[in-house]
Design a protein around this ligand. Sequence first.
Ligand code: NAD
Length: 249
Amino acid sequence: MRLKGKTALVTGGASGFGAGIVQAYAREGARVVVLDLNGEGAARVAAEAGNGALAVAGDVTRQADIEAAVGKAVDAGGRLDIVVNNAGWTFRNKPMLEVTEAEFDKVFAINVKSIYLMTNAVVPIMRRQKEGRIINIGSTAGSRPRPGLTWYNATKGAVNLLSKSMAVELAPDGIRVNCVAPVIGETALLESFMGVPDTPENRAKFVGTIPLGRMSKPSDIANACVYLGSDEAEFLTGVVLPVDGGRTV
Ligand SMILES: NC(=O)c1ccc[n+]([C@@H]2O[C@H](COP(=O)([O-])OP(=O)(O)OC[C@H]3O[C@@H](n4cnc5c(N)ncnc54)[C@H](O)[C@@H]3O)[C@@H](O)[C@H]2O)c1
């Protein structure tokens, strides 16, 4: 077991990549707290994952909800070893001039401000421990943008970059910060990213740009998060790891 005895907090763990991360973390011996707006989904995923996993219904854009989840994780494990900032959202793929101000604010709040809030909540704890691991879910969209997602792409450019900046600033505290950058994947957000119905023909257009010939799956992202959260990655920080079947080569 590669995460035995660790306590982890995973945001957006009720579905998609996050659910895969929760399952893999529990399987590798971590005690996981799942924070998601979808409390029912989070509870289901936590129950399926086992190993004492707990669910918290909450919004990553609200400091109080983040603090409640962090408190639950610390109460459960006596410490907080790993945080995976995975919760994310996008407006549907469309021309940039059609994105409303409300959508702009929402995508930056969920994808970027959430990491600011989580950082404020967990860094003091990790500093006291003199150890911690933070993994942010960025995207290939932050380095190889596709049209129709400009403001979403901007949030992921921010996540990819802030991960490196956090890494250098927090290294003296023994806190490692890394980023996983998935290519388009089979999750609830797929149709929003594509901006067209989820049909085999439409999928084929996206898959055609991925050298390994398929979309990403939750298990691909989860495996990368297990590695980066484990002791095996003790000398890695500030890495933006594409999990993309070669898309960004
Ligand atoms: N699916 C892709 O193609 C893809 C590619 C690259 C990166 N990503 C990123 O992966 C991450 C996970 O997305 P996914 O594709 O698994 O989508 P998903 O919709 O299946 O999962 C996202 C989860 O985040 C939760 N969430 C949304 N807003 C929240 C909030 N304010 N507070 C708490 N929880 C909230 C949702 O309830 C959901 O459970 C996101 O950061 C996304 O941007 C996805």
